[in-house]
Ligand binder design. Structure first.
Ligand code: FNR
Length: 397
């Protein structure tokens, strides 16, 4: 799907034509609310608890979806016949300013898990960031992605040997960058999971990268295929490290030549520290409201972080993006790209690979139309002039 011709309009025409001429409306939900509803019908209770759930009262999760304080100010008659949606992130040119965010344990959503997601990403050339906690080993996902830009999300292990091995496997498998998630050194208070006493990793889900890792396997008495319970116990022992400090980023820097992105930053000073410790970019994120209940939201944090490091580092935003307008506002506020989360998870639950690809077509079409209607012909040209904060609306217009 070339980014420079009017695919937004094409997608709309395709959908109308399908309804009017072929008397066949799309069965796939178009609005996000309908998509979530359809996904919840298709998913197990445990799956819903894992994916939907936020931390504590879920206030951060709920507020994070509200981008309405920022209003797009469309400009007219600017000649937007061809629109360039491309951008660059970690030195890689992307066709769209959209990356599929790392979501662990995708077999909870669809039996083909990350492979189905990767097929859709490869079909549309939408970059994917694979979680350390994927159900499928990183090499298999990389193969499915082919030439599509790919990033590997790194979770620390208390075993340096496993950490090193993950970083080297990601490089060998052809990933374009390492995304280090720093906002989950310990798991947040997630009541939906606690109420059910459900934690997917205890069932041996989401450990594909660990069970296939030579260093992890070398630390076991029996291979995971022979003693899965002991392997799960070992995973729980080595996963995460809450003693980490900024200086520990040196470990990642020393063990990979790939660009490093720090995901989960909400304070401008942390963005500055990321820059000082050799990061190439920062991801502004609340982890989808799953970690600190009551925290600032990603879109609230974004302008301050862009002001601090936007000239030096790449910046992404995730947590709460549901619609193209949310993405447009984020790009206007200085994000080089946005990361999509739960919406593609739900598309995967509803329709597997086809579901993710249909959802992405719709999302990108809506983004393309929003951009054109706002008077912008290139993603890299969208700036803060394109939005106003509601607190300033009384002053003129
Ligand atoms: C996540 N997220 C996440 N982040 C990460 O760095 N590694 C991971 O393994 C996971 N796993 C994960 C599973 C599920 C089910 C969810 C919902 C989220 C956080 C994720 O990358 C992203 O920050 C959020 O999903 C963004 O919030 P929204 O937009 O999905 O609400």
């Amino acid at each position: 799907m070339p980014s420079s011709d009017r695919f937004g309009a094409r997608r709309v025409n395709e959908m109308y034509r399908q309804g009017m001429l072929e008397d066949e409306t799309t069965e796939f939900p178009v609005s996000y609310d309908d998509l979530q509803e359809a996904a919840h019908e298709a998913m197990s209770e445990e799956g819903i608890a894992y994916v939907h759930g936020g931390a504590g009262s879920e206030e951060t999760f709920e507020r994070g979806k509200d981008f309405s304080a920022w209003r797009i100010v469309p400009r007219m008659l600017r000649g937007v016949e061809t629109r360039d949606l491309s951008t660059t992130l970690m030195g890689v040119t992307l066709d769209y300013p959209v990356v599929l965010t790392p979501l662990g344990v995708q077999t909870l959503l669809h039996e083909r898990g990350e492979i189905a997601t990767a097929e859709a990403a490869a079909e549309l050339d939408v970059p994917l960031c694979l979680s350390s906690l994927s159900s499928t080993p990183m090499e298999e996902v990389a193969k499915t992605l082919g030439e599509t830009p790919k990033f590997f999300q790194f979770y620390w292990s208390s075993s340096d040997a496993i950490g090193k091995s993950f970083l080297s496997r990601a490089e060998q498998a052809g990933y374009d960058g390492v995304v280090v998630t720093v906002d989950a050194p310990i798991l947040g208070w997630r009541e939906r999971l606690l109420e059910r006493g459900y934690y997917p990793f205890l069932e041996g889900e989401g450990v594909g990268n660990y069970f296939s890792d030579p260093e992890f396997r070398a630390q076991l008495d029996e291979p995971p295929e022979e003693d899965p319970e002991a392997a799960v116990e070992h995973f729980l022992d080595i996963f995460g490290d809450s003693s980490l400090t900024w200086d520990d980023l040196r470990f990642v820097r020393e063990n990979t030549d790939l660009p490093i992105f720090i995901k989960g930053v909400l304070h401008p000073e942390d963005a500055r520290l990321a820059a000082q410790h050799g990061a190439d970019g920062v991801g502004v994120s609340t982890h989808g409201g799953r970690q600190v209940d009551g925290s600032i939201t990603a879109v609230e944090a974004l302008p301050g972080i862009v002001d601090e490091v936007g000239d030096e580092l790449d910046v992404t935003l995730d947590s709460g993006i549901r619609r193209a307008a949310d993405a447009f506002k984020s790009v206007s506020l200085g994000a080089d790209a946005i990361m999509l989360g739960r919406p593609y998870a739900y598309a995967l639950a509803v329709g597997g690979s086809d579901g993710v690809s249909t959802y992405l077509r719709n999302f990108l079409a809506e983004f393309d139309l929003t951009m054109g209607l706002a008077g912008c012909d290139a993603v890299t040209g969208i700036d803060r002039e394109a939005v106003r904060h509601e607190s300033t609306l009384g002053s003129h217009c």
